[in-house]
Design a protein around this ligand. Structure first.
Ligand code: DMJ
Length: 492
């Protein structure tokens, strides 16, 4: 049977349409969902992408439409059927199919699922290993669905993944980027906060916040990680002392590579979120004792934000490349080294700070990714510093100037953002609508639209509510005892 399409862009955009009050477009999208969307298709899909974009999109559409009915209100298309909720119904049907991914010997999800056959499929590459980030970025979605439906299996399957990963006792809270569904063991020892690593870390702190800070295990894991990042990955650039998070491709005993994916730029905002839990810095200082650690964490968030903004400032279009390499000292300076990056970016093409940033030809594409504007949004909300809005506005203008297609033809990614005019790609990822534009919109909206201390955004920018565990749910696992100097897993 010919594939009917899964409506990735439609579903990933639902909550953006709601937030922006685009009722007409939302009505259209909902009609498609109601009349044409079926998951009963013989299609292999990526477990993680389908969870964060589709399940996340539907769950957040459910949450917004029920909690904020004044946003893009549309009449019920199934009047007279009490309790019927199209978004939730579609999310649950999808989740029942995605659950097949967890049917591996270890409980670590397979990389893909055949939706029609309810069947998990091992990755065809990477010796069958799944990406660690992909395995550990399903928890917010499955746990919220468990809460909504009362079906505990969704909770248990998602939670088990956290236990399996942690049973490897990753040193300093830093995990290799591949893990085997067959054994639950890590593959190799490549460590980075960019692709295949990123949202594992993001979901540690967000899981803690999702259940109203009642699961301290995830806060502990996040703190261990942040300390590990400082100790093993943070260093400063050679000329202008920008703070970067590098990579350890050969494990923590190997060399530090001064390479930073744009993806790593979720970190400044996430660090700030972890410090205040979503309150403003000012409120947070009032309601509890502000520690030296809080101060240091906020400082790290500000420094990394500056570096991520530098990734935009250093290219010809003002839009970041996919990967930036930094010039660092040899040996790399430790986190404790004195450092003070310039607060302004001198526009002179020969300016000293530019010598620290290098975007290589292969990495000069810009996929309209959200991470920097995402962090600007958190930093604006939490610190109230106007400069984050200013930077966001400048960035928005660059996107408008260089990624808009002629004659109202929409927007496109760039295959080279470091040349003028830029080379375009004729492709638009759904996260441009789901995330990048949503974060821009929220950056310039009043601060009480999606209050940060009441919700958690999933990794695809879909807002989900925080909730109490209640009688049905609890943290169903404990961390295995380990030495202070925790052991790294033996790689396979
Ligand atoms: C999105 O799908 C999510 O933000 C994910 O966590 C990382 N990759 C893209 C955006 O860059």
């Amino acid at each position: 049977m010919a594939p009917k399409g899964l409506g990735w862009i439609i579903i990933d955009s639902l909550d953006t349409l709601m937030l922006m009050n685009m009722t007409k477009q939302l009505t259209h999208a909902r009609a498609w969902l109601s009349k044409s969307l079926t998951w009963d298709q013989d299609q292999d899909v990526n477990t993680f992408e389908t969870t964060i974009r589709m399940m996340g999109g539907l769950l957040s559409a459910h949450y917004l439409s029920t909690t904020y009915p004044e946003l893009a209100p549309i009449p019920d298309d199934d009047p007279g059927k009490p309790g019927e909720d199209l978004y939730l119904e579609k999310a649950k049907d999808l989740a029942d199919r995605l659950m097949a991914a967890f049917e591996s010997p270890s409980g670590i999800p397979y990389a893909s699922v055949n939706l029609g056959q309810f069947k998990g499929i091992e990755s065809h590459a990477d010796s069958g290993a799944s990406s660690t980030a992909e395995a550990a970025t399903l928890q917010l979605e499955f746990k919220y669905l468990a809460k909504l439906t009362g079906e505990k299996d969704f909770w248990d399957k998602a939670e088990k993944v956290m236990e399996m990963i942690d049973d490897n006792a990753p040193k300093d809270g830093l995990v290799p980027i591949f893990i085997f569904p067959s054994t639950g063991k890590f593959m190799g020892n490549n460590i980075r906060l960019g692709s295949r690593g990123d949202s594992y870390y993001e979901y540690l702190i967000k899981q803690y916040l999702q259940t109203n800070k009642k699961e301290p295990i995830y806060e502990k894991m996040w703190q261990e990680t942040l300390e590990g990042v400082r100790k093993n990955l943070v260093t400063y650039t050679a000329n202008s002392q920008f703070t970067i998070i590098g990579e350890r491709p050969s494990g923590l005993d190997g060399e530090l590579s001064p390479k930073m994916d744009h993806l790593v730029c979720f970190m400044p905002g996430t660090i700030a979120l972890s410090v205040t839990g979503g309150l403003t810095e000012k409120e947070s200082r009032k309601v509890r004792k502000w520690t030296k650690q809080d101060e240091a964490d906020m400082q790290l968030a500000r420094e990394l934000m500056q570096t991520c903004w530098g990734m935009y400032k250093c290219t010809k279009t003002g839009l970041a490349g996919e990967i930036t390499y930094f010039k660092i000292a040899d040996p790399p300076l430790p986190e404790s080294a004195p450092h003070q990056a310039p607060t302004e970016f001198d526009p002179d093409p020969e300016a000293e700070w530019r010598k620290d940033f290098e975007v290589r030809g292969f990495d000069s594409h810009n996929l309209q990714r959200p991470e920097t504007v995402e962090s600007l949004f958190y930093m604006w909300r939490i610190t109230g510093d106007q400069k984050y809005r200013d930077w966001g506005w400048e960035m928005f203008k660059s996107f408008a100037n260089y990624t808009a297609v002629e004659d109202g033809g929409g927007f496109t990614s760039l295959s080279n953002a470091d040349t003028l005019p830029p080379a375009t790609k004729d492709n638009m990822e759904s996260f441009w609508l789901a995330e990048t534009l949503k974060y821009f919109y929220l950056l310039f909206s009043p601060n009480d639209l999606m209050p940060l201390d009441k919700i958690v955004f999933n990794t695809e920018a879909h807002p989900l509510p925080r909730f109490d565990l209640g009688p049905l749910f609890s943290t169903g696992w404990k961390r295995k005892p380990r030495d202070n100097e925790s052991k790294t897993s033996t790689a396979h």
